[in-house]
Design a protein around this ligand. Structure first.
Ligand SMILES: *[C@@H]1O[C@H](CO)[C@@H](O)[C@H](O)[C@H]1NC(C)=O
Length: 92
């Protein structure tokens, strides 16, 4: 069975800052981070409108996010899978 990359959607991400979310999004580059709670509501709304009305910006941020995820997570994931297969083969 061939390994297939999952289909990744190239969209910017809007998140609240909490836990590990700050590691997922590069604020202002691949999406926007907002303070948790009430104070984050207004900037979140503004950024939603910004991305909805700025086609080029939405496209660019989405592409950057896609490349980042592919580079950081997918290739690492694939390297681990290849290493696992090699270990299995070498043990036989
Ligand atoms: C994200 O960047 C914007 C400016 O682009 C800034 O106003 C906002 O405070 C930043 N958010 C965080 C959580 O750093």
């Amino acid at each position: 069975m061939a390994f297939q990359l999952p289909v990744l959607v190239k969209l910017p991400v809007l998140l609240w800052v909490s836990g590990g979310t700050a590691k997922i999004v590069v604020n202002g580059s691949t999406g926007f981070l907002h303070p948790a709670g009430k104070e984050g509501v207004s900037p979140l709304a503004k950024n939603m409108v910004k991305l909805a009305t700025h086609f080029e910006r939405r496209l660019t941020m989405g592409k950057r996010g896609y490349e980042r995820v592919k580079r950081r997570f997918m290739e690492h994931h694939m390297a681990n899978r290849i290493a696992k297969v090699l270990k299995e083969v070498l043990h036989k």
